[in-house]
Design a protein around this ligand. Structure first.
Ligand SMILES: CC(=O)SCCNC(=O)CCNC(=O)[C@H](O)C(C)(C)COP(=O)(O)OP(=O)(O)OC[C@H]1O[C@@H](n2cnc3c(N)ncnc32)[C@H](O)[C@@H]1OP(=O)(O)O
Ligand SMILES: O=C([O-])CC(=O)C(=O)O
Length: 370
């Protein structure tokens, strides 16, 4: 038995949710480029869960359910108020999402209908949790979700208490579409491993949030912003990148396990970053980012991934840096839950083997003789 480090190239599940074939990403067979231009995030969530785009009535029914479940239990709000104010935002999200299960009377109901409803509840409630956490830590009261608006609109409204402008809503909606699913990435795999024991959907999503938090995965979008802030201005880019590469420091937002010729989502985020930069009259972050891209691609052949330009996009939307990864979770919960439903549909325990490399035939030495 020989282990493959990082399971690179190992096909560990069958799935009909999203595909990456020859560098092209599709959700249920529809090219992400088309979805990014034309679809709303709610349509995409429906597509991921049910395998087809919703008609008007199906979309209206989904919107009605999202409205119905967007408020989070008061007990969850009260516990968020007890979290340390400077706690990590993904740790807060992980804890709050885990606690949702305690107040959901159907959390242990494993029927398909109950699990489909729990997927919608989680999708409705994650944005409310992230916005509530962001306000509570600032000493502000959380804002109740609005009815009849998109998740992107509602999130920006709950964050600020003000009606967001349509450009910001459109940009966030598009970012949510681009982050919704991505085949067997680490957090989705964590979710599938968890529920393959027949544990519940809340356990699966809690595992997934834990996996997304790390900087080699979703946490990279925040790390990109840390890097941009450290660099400070365009004049410093070359020295910073040269120094990082010379010291074998990874440049956040570059490289990918599957894409070797570029991540198809990155170009959409780059375009958004440019457009938002022009609109806000501040192109500094966009220009620094393109300069970094030129250097890293030129020196190492590495291309930006989905996390790279999302940092400047979210900053242009005035979203605090440590909410970038929670926003990734707000989008990816659609994909996680779709994968969890798919796993339940044709389940088998996921239990690979390890290549043992430790000592063999070691003797037990009594404690007083060690
Ligand atoms: C939503 C997402 O999860 S997208 C990914 C987000 N993560 C990041 O942006 C973090 C930075 N990138 C990385 O760490 C990696 O490219 C990963 C984790 C995305 C992919 O990792 P792997 O497929 O395991 O590639 P691995 O880390 O083994 O890298 C292969 C080689 O490229 C180098 N490399 C990979 N990414 C980078 C990078 N961002 N900067 C500098 N060098 C890099 C590695 O140092 C390694 O070089 P070596 O062979 O000389 O040791
Ligand atoms: O697929 C991966 O390994 C990481 C990624 O890009 C994602 O989860 O969106």
């Amino acid at each position: 038995m020989t282990a493959t480090k990082g399971l690179e190239g190992i096909v560990a599940a069958q799935s009909s949710i999203s595909s990456i074939i020859d560098g092209v990403l599709t959700y249920r067979g529809i090219n992400i480029d088309e979805l990014a231009e034309k679809a709303s995030f709610e349509e995409v969530a429906y597509l991921l869960w049910y395998g087809k785009l919703p008609n008007r009535k199906e979309l209206a029914d989904l919107q009605q359910k999202l409205d119905q479940y967007a408020a989070i239990p008061n007990e969850v709000i009260e516990t968020i108020k007890l979290y340390p104010k400077n706690t990590n935002s993904m740790a807060a999200l992980r804890s709050a999402v885990s606690s949702l299960a305690l107040y959901d009377p159907i959390s242990g109901d494993m029927s398909l209908e109950a699990n489909q409803l729990k997927a919608i509840k989680l999708q409705a409630q994650l944005p409310t949790i992230v916005a509530a956490f962001a306000r509570i830590r600032e000493g502000q009261e959380p804002i109740a979700p609005k009815k009849g608006v998109s998740i992107a609109h509602n999130f920006l409204y709950m964050l600020t208490g003000e009606e967001p402008d349509s450009v910001a809503v459109k940009a966030l909606d598009q970012a949510l579409v681009l982050h919704a699913d991505h085949e067997l990435n680490a957090s989705t795999f964590a979710a599938r491993v968890t529920v393959a024991t027949l544990s519940d959907i809340y356990s699966g999503v809690t595992s997934a949030i834990g996996a997304l938090k790390g900087p080699l995965h979703g946490g990279a979008n925040e790390a990109v912003m840390v890097m941009l802030e450290e660099i400070g201005s365009k004049e410093n880019v070359t020295a910073y990148i040269d120094n990082a590469l010379a010291n074998k420091v990874k440049i956040m937002g570059f490289g990918h396990r599957v894409y070797k010729n570029g991540d198809p989502r990155a170009k959409h985020l780059q375009k958004m970053s440019l457009e938002l930069g022009k609109l806000t009259g501040n192109l500094e972050l966009y220009e620094m980012s393109t300069q970094i891209e030129e250097l890293v691609t030129g020196r190492k052949g590495l291309k930006p991934n989905v996390d790279f330009y999302s940092a400047s996009v979210y900053t242009a939307l005035k979203i605090p840096r440590d909410l970038f990864t929670p926003i990734f979770a707000v989008s990816r919960v659609s994909g996680w839950t779709a994968h969890i439903l798919e796993q339940y549909e044709n389940n088998r325990l996921i239990r690979p083997r390890a290549e043992y490399v430790g000592p063999t035939q070691a003797a037990y030495i009594p404690v007083d003789e060690r």
